[in-house]
Design a protein around this ligand. Structure first.
Ligand code: ADP
Ligand code: MG
Length: 705
């Protein structure tokens, strides 16, 4: 019996008796190593026995259009017949399964899953859920999700659905290799039986109203009959909150510890003098906005403080982040150090370099551009100028760090970011060049609450004001039939000497969407036919960098009148004479991305226009017509797409939460941050240290900024 002594959650899953080598390997592959890992993977759904509809009742109800439409129905029955055919038109595999539960039958229809026809046997017991639709011979369920409840021939009493489903709620788990939902349920049962409760490690103010860890896990893997099924499926029970709180508190602690560590490091002090102030002022082509002045003051305070600056500079498109970045770089460059600006693309790096060149005037020889594909001799010369300290304003892409660049005295790194610069990269840089200050400019405005949580160890400056004289960009949403209005507008603007953008979505030829898409070639033909003799440039991601830059430059100089592009133009181009942008298939873009695109027009004094062509998703796109506030648009975008998509999943280095959700749980996170600051200030206890270490690994927190 000693093997059944209570086990800590950190015990390896291999102690479980139901686990052979194949299953252990599958768990391993899914990142499940310990009992705790196993238990933190919650059911993806709970089926309430009471919600199962008898098939006879379905037959009687028949199909009521409107009412049944899209409603998800759960049924349970035995496979009566399996038939494999091809669809008539697209020759797709079609599997039809007849389900019978003793009261009636229902047809389940599966597309493109030919293996089902081979694996399902007459007599199998299946749980199925999906929408009920009107088929040619009465109602049917199309593309349902299914769970195998018992194999044919096993009899009803031998470990099949009848035995496993003893409570009101049946938890369903994602299948992992050879581990079916029902096998997982048994592993989880054993783990729950043998695990002993961990020591409480959350501060009391966070968890006093919540169940303890082990109780929460029990409530979620074996919901008692009196549970609220709706809240379970929404993942909003107190038990969920408990587990989310643990993840968020671990995250907040990690961030807080890093921040505390940074505050202990000695930063390079940049001294300001009246001379320096005068000098910086002499570079400025216009008065700073109040927001720019405030942000710059915050940066100056950091640079002179003796701490290492880690600051996030946020602002809507066109709010003038570049100028603030430039001034910060000038602070260090004009006091003898070096500052580097990293851009996400070469187009943007070149543009920043030419902006800086203009601002620097006579001092332009202090600037050095460094790009990956520069010629060897040119690159050598650039590196020599950087190493000698002759060049102090450095601009480039991330290549700047991949190459064997030696800095003479690097004091500030500005990241104009598309994707986040990982902790590892920052560490590498610290090794290489002392401990420079960091200024991160976010390309997309991030709702403040989320920025606080995501960039928790960065201080924030927000540019919440646009430079004077900006007019709102007139924004329209056109359905495909009225797209002629867009071309008429372009014609009018071109005739009065302005320039125009047309944006086509980048289309992957293997993309299988239902909507027929017009690609950039088709758009080019359309434009050439509509505007014969027009000087047009076309740019897209597959061009060589030199070619791309040359084409862009023709547009920037005003030689080309219309630029047809995929989203490569999103981040950079500043062409004040461009007054109209038309985006085709606007539904293919995120709201923030569209807002970012819109920011390419309305940069001059003339009234500008932004036209979206789209036949679908008009409600979502309408948000752009309604507001020009990038923060509001970002909030909406985030709610619709979730943080993963919003930030571009993996690159973003978001923590890998199982239960917590950064958008939904932002209030919880706020509480956790406050509690974490307090806990770090007071010193962590042993339970917290242990636990934190495990969570850091599980949630991959170490890679989050
Ligand atoms: P973003 O924040 O999108 O990077 P930019 O830095 O590109 O914005 O600035 C947008 C435009 O506003 C540029 O053309 C820039 O020259 C101009 N600009 C920036 N600051 C000011 C200011 N204080 N007054 C007037 N124009 C400004
Ligand atoms: Mg910018």
């Amino acid at each position: 019996m000693s093997s059944l002594a209570p086990l800590p959650l950190s015990t390896q899953v291999t102690v479980l008796r139901g686990l052979g080598p194949a299953r252990a390997a599958a768990l391993q592959e899914a990142g499940i190593h310990t009992l705790g890992d196993l238990l933190m993977h919650l059911p993806y759904r709970y089926v309430d026995r009471g919600s199962i509809v008898p098939l006879g009742e379905l037959e009687m109800r028949g199909f009521e259009p409107g009412l049944e439409d899209r409603e998800i129905i759960t049924v349970l029955g035995q496979v009566h017949d399996v038939r494999q055919t091809l669809t008539r038109i697209q020759r797709m595999a079609l599997t039809e399964v007849l389900l019978n539960d003793g009261t009636g039958t229902l047809k389940l229809v599966f597309f493109n899953q030919p293996y089902l026809g081979r694996s399902l046997k007459i007599g199998d017991r299946l749980l199925a859920f999906g929408p009920l639709l009107e088929g040619r011979h009465g109602s049917e369920m199309r593309g349902p999700q299914i769970e195998m409840m018992g194999r044919a021939g096993n009899g009803n009493s031998k470990g099949d659905g009848g035995e496993i489903w003893v409570r009101r709620f049946l938890p369903l788990y994602r299948k992992m290799g050879p581990i079916s939902s029902l096998v997982r349920k048994k592993l989880v049962e054993e783990a729950l039986l043998r695990a002993h409760p961990p020591e409480e490690w959350l501060p009391p103010e966070l968890c006093k109203h919540l169940p303890d860890t082990l109780s929460a896990l029990r409530l979620l893997h074996q919901p008692p009959d009196e549970s609220d099924g709706r809240l379970l499926n929404l993942r909003e029970t107190p038990a969920h909150e408990r587990l989310a709180m643990e993840e968020l508190f671990a995250f907040a602690l990690g961030v807080e510890l890093r921040r505390a560590g940074r505050m202990k490091r000695r930063g390079m002090v940049v001294r300001t003098t009246p001379d320096l102030r005068e000098r910086l002022k002499s570079f400025l082509p216009f008065h700073l906005t109040a927001a720019q002045r405030k942000a710059f003051k915050e940066i100056v305070d950091d640079l002179t403080s003796g701490h290492v600056m880690h600051r996030l500079l946020q602002g809507d498109v066109g709010s003038g982040k570049t100028l603030v970045a430039f001034l910060s770089m000038a602070m260090v460059a004009e006091t003898g150090g070096q500052g580097v600006l990293l851009a996400p693309t070469e187009v943007l790096a070149r543009q920043h370099a030419s902006t800086f060149q203009r601002l620097l005037g006579d001092e332009a020889h202090r600037l050095q551009l460094l790009l990956g594909p520069m010629k060897a001799a040119e690159k050598r010369e650039a590196m020599a100028r950087i190493a000698s300290g002759e060049a102090r304003y450095l601009v480039g892409t991330h290549a700047l760090f991949q190459e064997a660049v030696k800095f003479s005295d690097l004091r500030l790194v500005v990241v104009d970011e598309q994707h986040r610069f990982g902790v590892k990269q920052r560490e590498a840089l610290k090794q290489k060049s002392g401990d420079p200050h960091w200024l991160v400019m976010s390309a997309t405005p991030i709702p403040r609450s989320l920025a606080l949580s995501l960039f928790g160890d960065l201080d924030q400056s927000v540019l919440d004001e646009l430079p004077p004289g900006r007019q709102p960009v007139s924004t329209r949403l056109l359905d495909t039939d009225s797209s002629e209005r867009a071309w008429t507008l372009i014609e009018k603007e071109l005739r009065s000497g302005r320039q125009a953008f047309v944006v086509s979505p980048a289309i992957d030829p293997t993309d299988e969407t239902k909507v027929k898409l017009r690609d950039i070639q088709a758009m080019e033909s359309l434009i050439r036919a509509r505007f014969p003799g027009l000087d047009l440039e076309v740019v897209h991601g597959r061009l060589k960098p030199d070619d791309m830059a040359a084409r862009m430059n023709r547009f920037v100089r005003g030689d080309a009148k219309l630029l047809l592009a995929t989203t490569v133009i999103e981040v950079g181009v500043d062409v004040p004479n461009a007054t109209v942008m038309v985006v085709d298939h606007a539904e293919r873009f995120g709201l923030s991305q569209l807002h970012q695109l819109r920011g390419r027009v309305g940069r001059g004094v003339d009234h500008s226009f932004f036209m979206m062509i789209s036949g679908v998703e008009t409600e979502r796109l309408h948000a752009l017509v309604e507001t020009q506030d990038g923060f509001k648009i970002a909030q909406k975008d985030l709610e619709i797409r979730g943080p993963g998509e919003f930030f571009g999943t993996r690159q973003a280095g978001l923590p890998q939460f199982q239960v917590a959700d950064l958008v939904r749980d932002r209030k919880l996170l706020q509480n956790c941050r406050e509690a974490a600051a307090k806990a770090v200030a007071e010193g962590l206890n042993e339970a917290q240290k242990d636990w934190l270490q495990r969570e850091q690994e599980r949630l991959k927190l170490a890679e989050v900024s």
